[in-house]
Write a protein that binds this ligand. Structure first.
Ligand code: MLT
Length: 397
């Protein structure tokens, strides 16, 4: 939430508008306000670490007068071990015009003025954008990361979505390190050269990501296309999984009609009409009771995916193998299968068949949800996931 301040005459200069030096004080006040509303303004004192400003670069764009309101947003632009950069924006509330930006580089120091590690709480409170992780292959993935605790959980989004579809899970699941990447070609991850044209390529990216994050084993949660990737992970890298959660997905591959449908969609996108493909998807995603707000949020998310990412994913889904034969071999892997009661894309029968095929698997049917149950019914899905994660933890897998 942006921080909002009204401008009073005491901060203005002889010409009547907000004085250039006053901006710095307001930007600083906005940062303190974020701390006050989050971990508390004593967060640095508690960690015995202080942020010393090394550099501040301010740019002015539009004037502000007494009585105007300014809205300040703050995001983490860069993080090192002991230094970090905050990027702030001040926007005029009346007409949303950008008034000023500030980039500040801080170095954390201890009482003896030696560089010290940045307190984790600080990173969490300002880290609103994704972090970018470059893998040895050269691929860079944008990820959201929250929390701590084992087993770690890796969330794999569906098509044509991005990591933010898991926002309610990252906000609501506790006691675990939670990681949600954008697969190549989606959200803030570039399609790459070459793009990932198989679910196996995405699975290999994710194992490299676990390596880069120092995670030996994780519970992998995949929705729909993310489930196809999760099954590829279970087949190719079983030793990296502490558990498997298949959400609104299936193990079967496309039949002839399905493959022809993918080819048709690829041709439409190549012809320049990605939007009709995306809008066609949007119609099928939700249960009848989904709000207009939810529908609008995901339509915007899907419209943002570039043609390259869409085509690569359609190719990957078209050519994926049938992984039904893998299911009976997963008995040693705690497995949860979740599906929205009203899922029209990967219906309940698919999940029921998977649950019967995996020895010991649990099936949870999410009432009031369609194909996007984690976003449609976050509380129900979080409850099921949290219970499953505790069970995995108890089994010490
Ligand atoms: C998805 O939600 O990831 C896709 O609908 C899966 C598919 O088209 O098979």
């Amino acid at each position: 939430m942006p921080i909002r301040f009204t401008i009073y005459p005491d901060l203005c200069d002889a010409f009547g508008h907000l004085n250039q030096a006053s901006y710095l004080a307001l930007f600083e006040r906005a940062r303190w306000q974020v701390l006050a509303e989050g971990p508390g303004i004593d967060v640095f004192t508690r960690a015995a670490v202080w942020p010393a400003v090394r550099r501040a670069v301010i740019e002015y764009h539009a004037g502000v007068w007494p009585g105007d309101a300014l809205e300040f947003s703050t995001e983490l632009a860069h993080r090192g071990r002991t230094s970090f950069t905050l990027r702030q924006r001040a926007v005029r509330a009346s007409d949303r015009r950008l008034s000023a930006t500030l980039e500040t580089v801080f170095v954390c120091i201890d009482r003896k003025e030696r560089p010290a590690a940045i307190p984790e709480e600080i990173l969490m409170v300002f880290d609103t954008g994704p972090r970018h992780v470059t893998l040895p292959s050269g691929v860079t993935l944008a990820i959201d990361e929250r929390g701590s605790g084992e087993p770690a959980v890796l969330f794999v989004h569906g098509y044509p979505l991005d990591r933010t579809m898991w926002a309610a899970q990252l906000a609501g699941i506790t006691g675990h390190r939670l990681i949600a990447p954008d697969l190549r070609g989606f959200g803030d991850s570039a399609a790459g050269n070459p793009p990932a044209e198989s679910v196996e390529a995405h699975a290999d990216d994710l194992v490299a990501l676990l390596d880069a994050l120092g995670i030996a084993r994780a519970v992998v949660v995949g929705l729909s296309m993310g489930g196809y990737v999760a099954l590829a992970l279970a087949e190719r890298h079983r030793d990296r999984l502490a558990g498997l959660v298949l959400v609104d997905t299936r193990s079967r591959n496309d039949d002839a009609a399905g493959r022809a449908g993918r080819d048709g969609a690829i041709a439409t996108i190549r012809g320049g009409d990605s939007q009709s493909i995306v809008l066609g998807m949007a119609e099928k995603l939700f249960a009848a009771e989904a709000s207009e707000e939810l529908r609008a949020r995901f339509t915007t998310q899907m419209k943002a995916v570039g043609a390259e990412g869409l085509i690569a994913a359609l190719t990957a889904m078209r050519d994926r193998p049938d992984r039904t034969a893998l299911l009976p071999t997963l008995g040693d892997l705690p497995t949860l299968i979740m599906v929205g009661r009203e899922d029209r894309i990967t219906p309940l029968e698919d999940s029921r068949a998977m649950a019967e095929a995996v020895p010991g698997a649990t099936l949870v049917v999410v009432e009031g949800a369609g194909h996007l149950s984690p976003a449609e019914q976050p509380d129900r899905v979080n409850q099921g996931l949290q219970a499953f994660l505790e069970e995995v933890g108890r089994r010490g897998v």
